[in-house]
Design a protein around this ligand. Sequence first.
Ligand code: FES
Ligand code: FES
Length: 160
Amino acid sequence: MSDQPHGEVVLRVNGADQVLAVDNRVTLLDALREHLRLTGTKKGCDHGQCGACTVLLDGERANSCLLFAVAVDGRTVTTVEGLADGDELHPLQRAFIAHDAFQCGYCTPGQLCSAIGMLAEAAAPQDLDDAEISERMSGNLCRCGAYLGIVAAVREVAGG
Ligand code: FES
Ligand code: FES
């Protein structure tokens, strides 16, 4: 790979600026996992199909496997590692525990980031019913089938 074009990328990740020298073909997902060792963001399909790699990009949910790191130069990324406030879990993380919203946990980082982005997108999150939450979260697959708990946790945080 050493003869491949490299770019310098500056990302603000979980509140800290990170300067990376990466091959132009490196995805944001691999930059996070392999270069920054933020392995909370998971690689499932690596193809935009499962949502395991979801992060927040300038507050909006995005599949990090579909983005080149160089294409998001200068932007703000929040991963699952950045959701808690010190020892204080994010309310959605607490709700996931309370509602048993995971089994193996592989999809959970993506579910959390996606739900936080989804609630920010919704004009009136408290009005979302279970069907609409499921529809809006349909890009995040859970092979363990923890959907009932996921929807209940998201609904609780939405205030519905
Ligand atoms: Fe990105 Fe599946 S790993 S959508
Ligand atoms: Fe196992 Fe969702 S908890 S894939």
